[in-house]
Design a binder for this molecule. Sequence first.
Ligand code: ATP
Ligand code: MG
Length: 393
Amino acid sequence: MTEVVLLRYGELFLKSDPVQRHFTSILVRNCAKALDSMGIAHRFEIHRGRILVHGEDPQGIAGAIGRVFGVVDASVARLTSPDLEEMTMAAVDLAKQSLREGMTFAVRARRQGVTGITSQEIGTLVGSAIQREMPFARVSLSEPDYEIHVEFRDFGGLVYDSRVNGPGGLPWGTQGRALSLLSGGIDSPVASWLMMKRGCEIVYVHFDGGKWAGSDVRSNVLENLRRLSLWTAGFPARLIEVRAEELYDSMEGRVEPRYRCILCKRFMIRAGCAIACREGVPALVTGENLGQVASQTLENLAVISGAATLPILRPLITYDKNEVITLARVIGTFEPRPGDVSCRAVPRMPATKAECDAVSRGERAIGIESLVREASSRTSEITALDGKLQGPG
Ligand code: ATP
Ligand code: MG
């Protein structure tokens, strides 16, 4: 009997065999990178619907792959030969460590690739063996105090009683790349994370407002980048920084103050599309959220989208702020004291229904095209790897 980590992944069962093999190989690559980056030795064994990871530190392995996108959950399991008696003994032995006087228990059994016995019969067999050894324990299938899982498979028996939850989703890297507009706020890191969870690689872009931006904005952006990079351990996360001070300078006295937010967002979308094209990336991502702030009414979102030549993905569009904050805490990007992250260009009363004509007039007045060209051609870059910033900070 050895200890292994049993990794479960979701949704891939919907795919055809070749696609499943491809996705699985990417998932294994990502897990291997994460483990390598933490210096944890490992060996993978791939079976249908299950991946086993061998290594000297199963707890460490389960913890590390619990942060890999595509992983539904991971269990440290006892692996026996494909022999019912041996698997039953392993289950009794494991149950002994947790079952105490007065506790109820349930055996959850599965089988695959074996014939001559049903899952239910396996469950009864293992349950009876546990009761023989620990007569004080009672069975409760509906509300057990203790649950033990046994899987009888053609390659062996697996026994486990705990799980580390992973983020789920699709393996990161199976759904192409997107350019995410990253601010120092709460929403955009969550939006980026959700896209990564759905399999997308992310290139980040931040527009630096210079003197118009609060003094803590840039450090918060870098902190967001750093924390997000922990979710793709072993792979560098790139942030493209764009100087946008000129945009705000040029709006002063030329544009009605209430249109500044819309013009600013359209500028970011235009420059974002230009950078995305240069990077060969087919979509943008934002943390926009219907009705959250004045610039995010449906009318305004439509006007903002009108500046785009690529699709804008808005994974948070329907989220409540509380839902975003809960997720940000799980992700690790929530910052309760963000400092000065204000924008000095925000007017007292931003337009909630921007009119296209007024927007176009404003854009002509500031020479939007050359501002976008200038800004998107003079960018700098910084990367984060495993939670550490690299490059000019
Ligand atoms: P967040 O929405 O990320 O919490 P925020 O609330 O300060 O930040 P909003 O004004 O709500 O920003 O902007 C909506 C979206 O526009 C953000 O989620 C983000 O995707 C993008 N965005 C805003 N400011 C910037 C910026 N300076 N650089 C890059 N993207 C930005
Ligand atoms: Mg927001």
